[in-house]
Design a protein around this ligand. Sequence first.
Ligand code: C2E
Ligand code: CA
Ligand code: CA
Ligand code: CA
Length: 275
Amino acid sequence: AKGANDVTPSFFEQSMDDAARERRVLAHEMRRALETGQFYLNFQQQHAVRNNAIVGYEALLRWRHPQKGLVPPDVFIPIAEESGLILDLGAWVLQQACAEAVTWQVHQKIAVNISPLQLTNPTLVDNVREALQKSGLDPSQLELEVTETAIISDRERVLPVLQQLHGLGVTIAIDDFGTGYSSLATLNSFSFDRIKVDRSFVTNLAENSRSHSMLRTILALGKSLQVSVLVEGVETVDQLTILAQEGCAEVQGFIYGQPAPLADLLHSVGLPHEE
Ligand code: C2E
Ligand code: CA
Ligand code: CA
Ligand code: CA
């Protein structure tokens, strides 16, 4: 007969354990992955609506695991954030993105995602400066994407960091705009150069008049604050048409292209430019 102590864990407890174990395994493997070159960058084009011209490229981190294949960033980034590895990984992304931009002679903006932990860590400004110096990239070409939530989490610490970054000559974009807390308060309290409107506002743009009104309001806000507004996640011609009608200047999304290695993007033909 079973003793009182050897109780079979419930399915729930079991799966919690499995998830926690998997996270620990990934955290461990990720450190090694950084040392052995399993990470690489994809880039996604950003386009001017007016003439379809490419105005920038966002760097998107990829992990090719030797056994598991591609691990999605939505899985490994939070784990890297939790384990602190995002600091080293983020520094690598900065160096790599700047270096590739110079290697491939990109003259548009290169946007790099900065995680909340990086933003509150004193090494960020040095890492950005070093990436610029080592690569020789013009600072005005580098854009850092930060989220509202990260700014709000520790305003006292983040605001001077953003000022120092501006001092280096890079630009700052607010990523996932509209999904964080107190957007308007954030906008009011620090200087930034671009708003990236979250994909959720675009998803049912053609069917949902509320999404339409919200987007119109955000575009008007950008105009009155004189910051550029880029709308993310544009997938269909219907969405693009509405955005063009509303005076949206810049978009990013599958309609123009999937994230891919920079070399592939530069050698593909893409949509014709109408200049
Ligand atoms: P994000 O910064 O909001 O990046 C945009 C995500 O939307 C990317 O997913 C991109 O592939 C996807 N996307 C672009 N266009 C479309 C579209 O038209 N439709 C749909 N459905 N999706 C679209 P990805 O590459 O899987 O990255 C997910 C998230 O992981 C990013 O969201 C970002 O928060 C994070 N991430 C990626 N790379 C880095 C990095 O180097 N550092 C940090 N800290 N975070 C990163
Ligand atoms: Ca982003
Ligand atoms: Ca985003
Ligand atoms: Ca995101």
